[in-house]
Structures are given as structure tokens and as C-alpha cells.
Design a protein around this ligand. Structure first.
Ligand code: SAM
Length: 399
């Protein structure tokens, strides 16, 4: 019994540790700049909420506090999560001097409660400007769980929500934002795109990838002593983040921003060549002189590289999922993804029969492919199902 409890504590601690990734200022700045560049008034007169955050050590609230006046914010609210509710930090937790020296400091609440920090257009410190020194704080009634009624009330008060939420609760966090019908910009793992709760929103242009950090490494701070791969730590160091007194740093290749705030990148059309020109000039040997394959069980062409999408093809095209980093909804329509076999059925991908499955395994295929799977199938260069395809069509295609 005791061993089982210890095991489940360890699992909880491990899961919670995977939530402790602290966002770097430069990443926040790059992404917010893209929104401001597209619409200089995007934050003007708005209430911004940064939940799952703590301005004593995190950069989100600090960033918006610094830009309170030039962005024209109405109010900034940030909430933090109680250390006692967070197995990843519970044993490491120390109140900061900022809190400890405040008359409001409470020995019990500092561990058991979340906190709320609020900045309004009021120069409380009297230094002639509104900035982080004018932040007021108090303890929340509960632990600051974003799902709690009190944080949900703050969500409802907010116009825009910006944060890096706990990775393990990403779907729930998006659902919470959507229920509140909010504008938001949040960080998540790139693979979240294919979640059944997320993909339909991306397909329908209700949610899209951010303007920055797509396909590049994002560096995150982690609590000191968190087990991280030496290679990731070394990469973070090369990117300018050696360990410091507060944090170790790691890089994550697949994290990105998810947002429903508009930005210019998604209105830039992809510069593409015609099909004939691709066949003549493509830098990819698979296309140059060879042309495009048609799937064996679906009437669409396989386009293995985003830069090889032909500009003049009217039919359906299967493109790599990384296309979403470049998606411009005025240029292409997203139909479905190969991760969803129910959608594949709707669009008419034929199920794999015994022949294709046996050809696949006969050619050394090691994936898990079975009869009945509705996956796009190709015979060249060997019988296989290409990795994660997104099916798109030109917006101005002749129907
Ligand atoms: C990925 S970290 C990001 C922290 C900070 N926003 C940043 O980007 O630097 C997610 C944070 O969510 C907090 N958290 C975990 N579970 C939570 C919950 N249920 N409600 C609110 N916050 C939570 C943790 O304290 C953790 O620090």
C-alpha cells in the first residue's frame, strides 16, 4: 500500500515536472511584437490575464507590465498556482523577499493558496510611470487552479489571455479559453495540432499557429536539478542560456504558439512555382524530372515538401503537417489530416486491403498498418504511408 502511494506520488511529481517550463523573455517579445506589428492597437484598452504564472519569477506579467503604457493596457492580471498543489515545486518552494517582507505575508497561505497580481493605470510607487512596481497582490481564496471559479471569473473579466499553460493540461486549458470565448496566445507542444479537440479549430481557422518560433528551438528555464538531456542543455547554452543561480535551461524543438490573435505571417502567401516549373526546376530530386505521385487509394497528389506545393493544381494535395507554419487561409483551404481516419472516410480515402498491407510488410514496413485503415498509400519508392499528411486545396481552385 505504502509502495503504491509512493509510486503514485512519484508519477504525479514526474507529470508535474513536465509542466515546469519557464518561458524566456525573447520568445514572448518576438510573438507579441508580431501581433502589435499587424495591429498596433491589439492590446489597447484591453484587460490582459496571465494565468499559471507568477510575476515574481516569470516573464509574461513582467513583459506586459513593462509595456503597460505603450500598449495602452487597461489592466493586467496575473495569477499563480499554490506550491502545495504542485508536486514539482512543493519541496523547493521559498517565498520571495517581495512577499515575505510584505505585511500581508501569511505563513500558511504562501504555500496553500495561489496569488493574484494586478496592475492598473495607477502610479502607486510615485516614480512617475506605471510599471511592475505598481503591481498590487493578494492571496486567492483557493490554489489558483485555472479551472477554479475565482480564476474563471478573472478569465471572464479579461479580453486577452497570454501564457504558457501546464503542458499536461493543454487541451483542458484551450477548452477553458474557448468556453470563455476569449482571444488568446499560448505556448504548447506542436503535436497538439493533431489532437481531436484542437485540429477542427485549426482547420476552420478559429485557432492557428503563432507568428514566431515555428520549426525553431524554444529555450525554457526549468527548476534547478530537473533531469534534462545533456544535449538539450548544451543546445540551450549555445543559444545563449547557460544555467544561472535560479534555473537550468533546456531547449524544446517542437513547442510553438497557438493563438486566435491575427498576425501578418498568416496573410503572406507562400511563394510557389507551377507544377511544370516544379518538375523542371525543383531543388528536390523526388520532384525534379519525376513529377508528383497520386495516392494509390485516394484521388490526390502527394507533395512531400512544402516548397514543392504546385501553385496551379486544382485538386486535393497531401502536404507535410509543417505546412501549418506557413498556412495562409486566403491561399489554401485545409480539408482534413491523415491522423483522423473518420475524416479520411468522409473524404473518400479507400481502406487498405490485404494486398496493400502485405505489400507494406513485404517491403520491410515496421509500422502498425492493418486492413481497414484509411491512410493515404503510395507504392514508390516502396509501399508505404507517408508520415502525417494534411490535405489542402487551393482557395481559388476551379471546383
Ligand atoms: C509551463 S509552466 C509555465 C509557467 C509560466 N507561465 C512561464 O511561462 O514561465 C506552467 C505553470 O502552470 C502552473 N500550473 C500547473 N497546474 C496548474 C493548474 N491546474 N492551474 C494553474 N496553474 C497550474 C505551474 O505552476 C507551472 O509553473
Amino acid at each position: 500500500m505504502a509502495a503504491m502511494a509512493a509510486n503514485s506520488n512519484l508519477t504525479a511529481a514526474r507529470r508535474a515536472r513536465n509542466n515546469e517550463f519557464y518561458t524566456q523573455w525573447a520568445d514572448i517579445e518576438r510573438e507579441m511584437n508580431a501581433y502589435v506589428e499587424y495591429d498596433p492597437d491589439v492590446f489597447r484598452g484591453k484587460v490582459i490575464l496571465c494565468p499559471c504564472d507568477d510575476p515574481e519569477w516569470s516573464n509574461f506579467a513582467k513583459y506586459f507590465a513593462l509595456h503597460f503604457t505603450d500598449f495602452g493596457l487597461k489592466k493586467l492580471i496575473s495569477t499563480s498556482y499554490a506550491p502545495n498543489s504542485n508536486p514539482a515545486v512543493k519541496s523547493l518552494y521559498q517565498p520571495t523577499l517581495f512577499e515575505f517582507e510584505d505585511p500581508k505575508f501569511d505563513e500558511t497561505k504562501t504555500r496553500a493558496n495561489g496569488k493574484r497580481f494586478v496592475l492598473e493605470a495607477e502610479d502607486i510607487s510615485g516614480d512617475g510611470r506605471v510599471n511592475i512596481d505598481d503591481l498590487r497582490w493578494d492571496y486567492l481564496e483557493g490554489d489558483g487552479d485555472f479551472r477554479s471559479p475565482e480564476v474563471t471569473m478573472l478569465r471572464d473579466e479579461a479580453d486577452i489571455i497570454v501564457t504558457n499553460p501546464p503542458f499536461s493540461l493543454f487541451k483542458e486549458f484551450v477548452a477553458w479559453l474557448e468556453t470563455g470565448n476569449k482571444r488568446y496566445s499560448i505556448i504548447g507542444g506542436g503535436s497538439a495540432i493533431t489532437y481531436k479537440e484542437i485540429f477542427p479549430m485549426v482547420r476552420d481557422n478559429l485557432l492557428w499557429k503563432g507568428a514566431t518560433a515555428n520549426n525553431t528551438d524554444m529555450v525554457f528555464g526549468v527548476p534547478k536539478g530537473t533531469p534534462i538531456k545533456a544535449a538539450d542543455k548544451a543546445k540551450a547554452e549555445r543559444l545563449g542560456y547557460p544555467s544561472d543561480d535560479q534555473f537550468d535551461y533546456t531547449r524544446m524543438g517542437n513547442s510553438c504558439w497557438f493563438t486566435n490573435i491575427d498576425h501578418g505571417r498568416r496573410h503572406e502567401p507562400l511563394e510557389l512555382m507551377t507544377m511544370d516549373d516544379n518538375i523542371k526546376f525543383s531543388k528536390h530530386k523526388e520532384i525534379r524530372g519525376a513529377g508528383y505521385q497520386t495516392y494509390d487509394n485516394f484521388d490526390a497528389i502527394e507533395v512531400p515538401f512544402v516548397d514543392a506545393i504546385p501553385s496551379d493544381y486544382d485538386g486535393i494535395m497531401g502536404v507535410p503537417i509543417s505546412y501549418l507554419d506557413k498556412h495562409n487561409p486566403e491561399q489554401f483551404e485545409i480539408l482534413f489530416g491523415s491522423h483522423d481516419m473518420a475524416d479520411a472516410a468522409t473524404f473518400g480515402i479507400e481502406p487498405l486491403g490485404p494486398q496493400r498491407v502485405s505489400d507494406y510488410y513485404g517491403a520491410g514496413g515496421t509500422g502498425s498498418l492493418s486492413r481497414g485503415h484509411r491512410k493515404p498509400f503510395l507504392y514508390a519508392p516502396r509501399p508505404h504511408v507517408p508520415f502525417q499528411r494534411l490535405f489542402v486545396k487551393r482557395k481559388d481552385a476551379v471546383k
